[in-house]
Design a protein around this ligand. Structure first.
Ligand SMILES: N[C@@H](CCC(=O)N[C@@H](CS)C(=O)NCC(=O)O)C(=O)O
Length: 216
């Protein structure tokens, strides 16, 4: 959802947002959303027909195409490369999510190794920055926002990860994103306590290693 809210805000699109309690989805949402997942974008066409889109990356490309300005490169090859990294952001987000749930040191170490090879790839790809494609925020940055934000928070809780300290371009990238009003307004204001609560939850009488660092 954050990916699409950033895009809506950066493109200056008029929208309203309804947050869904995913543990208690309202009937209207279940009826509307093809897969019952967020984000779901409802677009009202000029003839009044309503069309529902899902998948944040697809929603973002649609929003980019129907509004002024471009958040992807014009050149087809550069655009394809940007899309490849947008796809890669899903793998990074998956790794970060798994890492926050690691229950023992061996699992955490293995997950950190897996993630670090991806972060090293990003560090190599990042150029002058501060954003992924250069001075302006793009759909690649929007796609990486959820992963980088949660990785940053995980590092605050568990500094041994040193994900950013070891990778100056990655750090500069996240700090540039964190500075953007669109990024700051991309989620509910209490996202951090919600994240802390999620990762520190009881998992069969235990907590994950990173979750256990959340102050009770
Ligand atoms: N690849 C999809 C992922 C969508 C997704 O899995 N959303 C989660 C929240 S992050 C959800 O709605 N889960 C509720 C459910 O699956 O019931 C996208 O980027 O839009």
């Amino acid at each position: 959802v954050q990916r699409s809210v950033v895009t809506l805000k950066e493109k200056g699109v008029d929208f309203s947002i309804e947050y869904i309690d995913l543990s208690d989805k309202p009937d209207w949402f279940v009826d509307l959303s093809p897969l019952g997942k967020v984000p779901t974008l409802e677009v009202t066409k000029e003839d009044g027909e309503r069309v529902v889109l899902f998948e944040s990356v697809v929603i973002n490309e649609y929003l980019d195409e129907v509004t002024e300005g471009r958040m992807l490169p014009e050149d087809p090859l550069a655009r394809a490369r940007a899309r490849a990294y947008i796809e890669f952001s899903n793998a990074v987000l998956g790794d970060v999510f798994q890492m926050t749930g690691a229950m023992d040191q061996a699992s955490l170490d293995a997950l950190v190794d897996k993630l670090e090879s991806k972060l090293d790839r990003l560090e190599l790809e990042l150029g002058e920055g501060p954003f992924f494609l250069g001075p302006d925020i793009s759909l690649v940055d929007a796609a990486f926002l959820p992963a980088l934000q949660r990785l940053w928070w995980s590092n605050e809780l568990y500094p041994e990860l040193a994900s950013f300290e070891a990778r100056p371009k990655l750090k500069r990238w996240w700090l540039a994103m964190a500075d953007k009003p669109s990024v700051q307004a991309s989620a509910v204001p209490n996202l951090r306590p919600l994240f802390d609560g999620m990762i520190s939850r009881d998992r069969g009488g235990n907590q994950s290693l990173i979750g256990a660092r959340v102050a009770s």
